[in-house]
Design a protein around this ligand. Structure first.
Ligand code: NAD
Length: 411
């Protein structure tokens, strides 16, 4: 890192893997200065790595990295790289996260961190030992409407929270011609929707309500085989006609019954959380509905800029108010000057980049961290055990997370 003549701190960025998320992290670093000029940080895109030559070319020619390598270790060894984004498929996360920590590089890593609890714990141990800053791709928690929901819950506006319903319903593999990308191979991805989507939902619950303490789960696989997609080509949304059919090795759907911890804001609340990658209709319906003794509130990513809040118990005309995100809510004002002009998915990643780099510079501690990833991974792995053994599983509390842990005020 170096200080430029105008006092701005230049941070050298390394990127590992130039797929969908690698491109998005890169755009987030680029847009950071527009949304947060007062932060005094200028990310410099230094070095990208990908095993695919096309993706390396894209990193330099389109995204603007100064150089690109096939081996990710070249990024970690680059003295001009201060922070690293790890956007590789899940099976590489543990190896890369541990290597980044050992190289003394702060890292922003995509979820799920590895193929389950054991790998996430190994990355957490390495990051803690090295004292590097970590941040996780839990983007949905940054939506201004989610921040508002969190505040309503913490302030006790909804009363004592009694239950939560959450869903992550995607259609990216609803079509049987949908590609068998690395996401469907156990060795490369670990679990299916549990790691890919449910982890996001668990983080939303942890962030707004507090830790999940108990889970009972079931899973199902709707399509047993799919046409193969070579690594580093296309996306998991690709449709392939007449391709080589290969087995799907993990679940398309997962459902969980959960009980929250007695220490949570929503102490002992219960709920249902579901995830699917084969839902027909919802495209990316990622939502959470929270019910309390005085009211309820509902958010869905497909309506990112809106939060539906019920009228309080006892109101003569019961119903819901749709609250629009506005400059006073979360980070909305960094992106748009007034309600009704929408923020988008990319903006959530700009907020994530800002929180990550602020933490790296020691200016704030509101970024998600590797212990949030471990906390979510413990729930996901417990759900896998539960589904396999038809059992209830308890989840030990994970210290060091940013989960909501304070007791609500009386309504
Ligand atoms: N936060 C979110 O909302 C979100 C959304 C999508 C994906 N993700 C996560 O991001 C990660 C990447 O997903 P994606 O959709 O971008 O994948 P992708 O398939 O689009 O890209 C993966 C890239 O990794 C590269 N790669 C493979 N082996 C490599 C190696 N040894 N070294 C360097 N690069 C290598 C591939 O060539 C490819 O370019 C996954 O962990 C996924 O779960 C998060």
């Amino acid at each position: 890192m170096r200080t430029l003549a105008n006092g701005t701190t230049e941070v050298g960025v390394g990127l590992i893997s130039v797929g969908w998320m690698g491109q998005l992290h890169s755009r987030a670093y680029r847009n950071l200065a527009y949304a947060y000029p007062d932060l005094g940080v200028r990310p410099r895109l230094v070095h990208a790595a990908d095993t695919s030559e096309d993706r390396r070319r894209e990193a330099v020619d389109v995204l603007g990295y100064e150089r690109a390598s096939a081996d990710y270790r070249a990024v970690l060894e680059d003295p001009e790289v201060d922070v690293v984004s790890i956007c590789a498929p899940n099976f590489l996360h543990a190896e890369m996260g541990i290597a980044a920590a050992k190289a003394g590089k702060h890292f922003w890593i995509e979820k799920p961190v590895g193929r389950g609890e054991t790998e996430t714990a190994a990355v957490a141990e390495a990051a803690d030992a090295a004292g590097v800053v970590t941040s996780i791709g839990f983007n949905y928690r940054h939506a201004p409407a989610v921040e508002h929901l969190r505040e309503l819950i913490a302030a006790g506006t909804l009363g004592r929270i009694t239950n939560v319903r959450g869903h992550m319903f995607a259609d990216y593999s609803a079509d049987p011609r949908g590609a068998r990308s690395w996401r469907f191979v156990r060795e490369l991805a670990g679990s299916g929707v549990l790691g890919d989507l449910m982890g996001h939902l668990v983080d939303l619950v942890h962030y707004t309500l507090g830790p999940v303490a108990e889970v009972s789960a079931l899973t199902s696989t709707v399509y047993a085989e799919r046409p193969e997609l070579p690594m580093g080509t296309g996306t998991h949304f690709a449709l392939i006609e007449g391709g080589q059919m290969e087995p799907v090795e993990n679940e398309d759907y997962a459902g969980m019954l959960v009980r929250l911890s007695g220490d949570a804001v929503a102490a002992d609340a219960v709920g249902t959380l579901e995830a699917s990658r084969v839902a027909v209709g919802p495209r990316a319906s990622y939502g959470i509905a929270v019910y309390g003794t005085n009211g309820s509130a509902i958010w869905d990513f497909e309506q990112l800029n809106f939060l539906r809040v019920s009228t309080p118990l006892g109101t003569e005309d019961p119903g819901y108010t749709t609250v629009m995100a506005h400059p006073g809510m979360g980070e909305f004002g960094r992106f748009q000057p007034g309600a009704g002009t929408s923020m988008g998915y990319d903006d959530l990643k700009v907020i994530e980049a800002k929180k990550f780099l602020s933490a790296v510079l020691g200016r704030s501690s509101d970024a998600s961290n590797i212990h949030d990833a471990l906390s979510a991974a413990r729930v996901v792995s417990a759900a896998e055990r539960s589904a396999a053994e038809r059992s209830w599983e308890r989840i030990p509390a994970e210290p060091g997370t940013t989960a909501a842990l304070t007791a609500p005020q009386e309504a």
